[in-house]
Design a protein around this ligand. Structure first.
Ligand code: PMP
Length: 429
């Protein structure tokens, strides 16, 4: 028996579904998930000694690749100085300064330990600041697993086809309004119906949890205008796009400043960090300056901050974004050509280095269109590529992640392998 099979058996006895985060269970693609023993650069190695070229990259967090020597060194040095004090440390100030300097709309920022905490806290702050209750979100966008944000969510909620989640109270659900991504008319209608009750609009400026769906021209501008007109706050959830689409994230790429921004993943260099920040007047409503409460024993944890700081340093010293975008563009071109050669219709969406492949013969601009893709064909592609040593995200409702450790040779090999695997997908119904 393979070690991964054995571990998964043991895991299923003591961990629900055998995993600590649902999509990792591989239910959408079939098979036993490989347990990872180690990673280096663009490659991960499982406990049975199989190497995989990795396009999960911890869901985007590992933009520098696995076990980058400078990150490893920084974390080891920080651990030697003590791993948590429950008191402030110098690195937190430095990381906050870096975030304020890099991200256009952030004047003040608070560090937390996950993306979920960042979005949950930003929404509470928006409610406290405006004195309003309702939140407008978009179908297929995922903002972590806080109660009010799970309605028609992307990521695992989409993967498993759940409309929402039991355990979310009717009151929480009633305070969440859901519109279609890229549909400004639906936003206009929501504001017309409940404008003075809406505290905030929260959006992934490039949706990356229903597969990747870029914003239509004018969509983000429209959200900025409508929130301004209604006195609601605009929250960009840049947990994925932050430091991935550029040092200033999606807001710098598209030239739109939200009131609040949520960050995660890359800013922690692979350790648990999130952050939310924005307008100084809004952030000042947080305790201890203001009445909106938010806190965390491990917030600004010294190991996580050390990993984040060195990651942001490396990205700032030698910004990899033009190269990453070029790599992603060649990969997308190659994937499209491979699918066409195999006679299987696909739509490839890309924004910068963020991209995904939908088994669909129509453009994908929102969650309804993403839901019409052929997920069986994706599952076949995933299995075919895994067998050939390429690890894709184990769901059709996720983005694919490239990092600075990926090379042109990696991309060429992926295109070659995909060409073979698309042939298998074409035969799946
Ligand atoms: N927001 C977005 C856009 C995300 O992609 C995610 C996680 N993939 C989250 C929030 C939640 O982050 P975490 O899993 O760290 O709680």
């Amino acid at each position: 028996m393979r070690s991964s099979d054995e571990l998964f058996d043991r895991a299923q006895r003591v961990i629900p579904g055998g995993v600590n985060s649902p999509v990792r269970a591989y239910r959408a693609v079939g098979g036993t998930p490989p347990f990872i023993a180690s990673g280096s650069g663009s490659t991960v190695t499982d406990v049975d000694g199989n190497d995989y070229l990795d396009y999960v990259q911890s869901w985007g967090a590992m933009i520098l690749g696995h076990a980058h020597p400078r990150v490893v060194e920084a974390v080891a040095a920080a651990a030697g100085r003590g791993s948590s004090f429950g008191a402030s440390t110098p690195g937190e100030v430095e990381l906050a300064e870096r975030l304020c300097a890099a991200v256009p709309s952030i004047e003040k920022v608070r560090l937390v330990s996950s993306g979920t905490e960042a979005t949950m806290s930003a929404v509470r702050l928006a409610r406290g600041f405006t004195g309003r209750a309702k939140v407008l979100k978009f179908a297929g966008c995922y903002h972590g697993h806080a109660d009010g944000l799970l309605a028609r969510a992307g990521s695992g909620v989409a993967t498993f086809g759940l409309p929402a989640s039991p355990g979310v109270t009717p009151a929480q659900a009633a305070d969440t309004i859901v519109a279609a991504f890229n549909d400004l008319d639906a936003v206009t209608a929501a504001f017309a119906a409940a404008g003075d009750e809406i505290a905030c609009v929260i959006v992934e400026p490039v949706a990356a949890n229903m597969g990747v769906v870029p914003p239509a021209v004018g969509f983000l501008e429209g959200l900025r205008k409508q929130t301004d007109a209604a006195g609601a706050l605009l929250i960009f959830d840049e947990v994925i796009t932050g430091f991935r689409l550029g040092l200033g994230g999606a807001q710098a790429r598209f030239g739109i400043e939200p009131d609040l921004t949520c960050l995660g993943k890359i800013i922690g260099g692979g350790l648990p960090v999130g952050a939310f920040g924005g307008r100084a007047d809004v952030m000042s409503a947080l305790a201890p300056d203001g009445p909106v409460y938010q806190a965390g024993t491990l917030s600004g944890n010294p190991l996580a901050v050390a990993a984040g700081l060195v990651t942001l340093d490396i990205l700032a010293q030698d910004p990899p974004y033009a190269r990453l975008e070029q790599l992603a563009a060649s990969l997308c071109e190659g994937l499209l050509a491979g699918a066409q050669a195999a006679g299987v219709p696909v739509t490839v969406n890309r924004e910068g280095s963020l991209f995904s492949v939908f088994f669909s013969d129509e453009p994908v601009a929102d969650y309804d269109a993403a839901s019409r893709q052929n997920t069986n064909r994706f599952a076949t592609l995933h299995r075919g590529m895994l067998r050939r040593g390429v690890m894709l995200p184990p769901s059709a409702f996720e983005g694919w992640f490239l990092g600075v450790a990926h090379t042109e040779e990696d991309v060429e090999r992926t295109i070659e392998v995909a060409g073979e695997a698309f042939g298998e997908s074409a035969r799946a119904s």
